[in-house]
Design a protein around this ligand. Structure first.
Ligand SMILES: [Zn+2]
Length: 403
């Protein structure tokens, strides 16, 4: 099984220049290839050539002209332009298969990267050898054992990283626990059906506030000024910091969930409740949600666990987890607790949603308590019943799943 381990690189100044040069070659080759492709395709359309252009031909043409026209390319690894054109071929294939948009020209400094195929690099312990650059220190040693098939070197927020694709032996599946979990993803915290709440860490909120201020500062800078370029680098750096902090927190959370539960139920992209939030809050929580789901998808697959994704219209917050009635009104985000009008049970908004999601782990098991035609209980009776309904859920759940 192929797994990727992305490791921070610690190049010295000369090495960083060499990496930037190789990434520049890759970008140039991509842009050159895209322009070539477009003109060759126009010739095909006009009947001046019999076949459509392809990446093999693009590589051959670039190789034949590079020595004379782009001699500076010889200073970097030949892998960088070659792999860029292979990627371009893949991008066109994805476009023709309607999986992606038409390939676009790349800009300097935006997702700078280049790829090294096997045989073009070496890894020993915590060092990576890049042709024409030399041995570069890595911050960690690779996490997986096995043959390293390819390395993609990229720059983000002013830092360099190497993504190692490693062909590792199938990891062991985790033992069955007999437990399931429903997780409600909120803007500021994640809730599970048994009442656990995972708040976003303080460091993340702090970094997000810092990012917001840096973005505002950037928008005030004059176009094409040196100060604007500086502010842009600062935003990129804080952006990377936010993504790392969020990723770290989510990795711990998803590892815990995958370790403890056989089946995990989550919502599809959480659009409810985001309508009211401001633009930045929306993008921030969406990013967290996508990263959460991405991690759960591959971790459940690796561990032999199950991931259940509710359909987009599943009314997890508005359904009473005790009697199953759906309230008609949409609840404002500020409403944290509510009482069911039919059965009188009080609910914590997010925990109730998580309980409803957990029900999806074991379809066919009757969950909701039927209500006799008695008048609704007075509101005061809810406080006690809320606690018990929340606490009992995991146990009843356990017996249901084992049976
Ligand atoms: Zn109810």
């Amino acid at each position: 099984m192929l797994r990727v381990h992305k490791i921070h690189l610690e190049p010295n100044n000369m090495q960083a220049t060499g990496l930037a040069r190789a990434a520049g070659c890759a970008r140039f080759a991509w842009n050159w290839g895209l322009a070539w492709w477009q003109s060759e395709y126009a010739k095909y359309k006009a009947g001046q050539r019999d076949t459509t252009p392809g990446q093999f031909e693009a590589r051959r043409v670039l190789n034949s002209v590079k020595r004379d026209e782009f001699p500076w390319m010889l200073e970097s690894t030949k892998c960088a332009p070659q792999e860029a054109l292979i990627n371009l071929g893949r991008a066109f294939e994805n476009f023709f298969q309607k999986r992606a948009k038409y390939p676009r020209f790349k800009k300097r400094g935006v997702r700078d990267s280049f790829k090294l195929s096997s045989g073009q690099f070496a890894v020993t312990e915590n060092r990576l050898r890049v042709p024409n650059v030399g041995w570069i220190m890595m911050s960690e040693i690779p996490r997986f054992t096995g043959a390293i098939k390819a390395v993609t070197v990229s720059r983000r927020g002013g830092q360099w990283f190497a993504a190692l694709t490693i062909d590792t032996v199938e990891p062991q599946q985790l033992p069955v626990t007999g437990r399931t979990v429903g997780v409600d993803v909120g803007v500021r915290e994640f809730a599970t059906h048994n009442g656990e709440l995972f708040a976003t860490p303080r460091a993340l909120r702090k970094a997000e506030r810092k990012l917001k201020r840096a973005q505002q500062s950037l928008s005030r800078k004059q176009k094409d000024s040196a100060n604007r370029a500086k502010a842009r680098r600062r935003v990129a750096r804080i952006h990377a910091k936010v993504a790392d902090t969020r990723g770290d927190w989510l990795h711990k959370l998803t590892a815990h969930l995958v370790g403890d539960y056989d089946s995990i139920a989550i919502e599809d992209l959480n659009v409810r409740g985001m309508v009211r939030s401001r633009h930045l809050a929306k993008s921030v929580s969406e990013a967290a949600f996508f990263e959460f789901r991405r991690q759960l998808e591959y971790k459940t697959a690796l561990a032999g666990r199950r991931l259940v994704v509710a359909d987009r219209w599943f009314a997890s917050s508005r359904t009473c987890s005790s009697c199953g009635v759906k309230t008609k009104q949409r609840m404002a985000l500020t409403v944290r607790e509510w009482t069911c009008e039919r059965c009188g049970v009080g609910h914590h908004r997010d925990v109730n949603a998580a309980i409803n999601l957990d029900h999806l782990n074991t379809p066919g098991v009757p969950r909701y308590q039927p209500v006799e035609s008695s008048p609704p209980l007075p509101a005061g009776a809810c406080a006690g019943r809320q606690a018990s309904s929340v606490k009992q859920e995991p146990d009843s759940n356990l017996t249901n799943t084992v049976a």
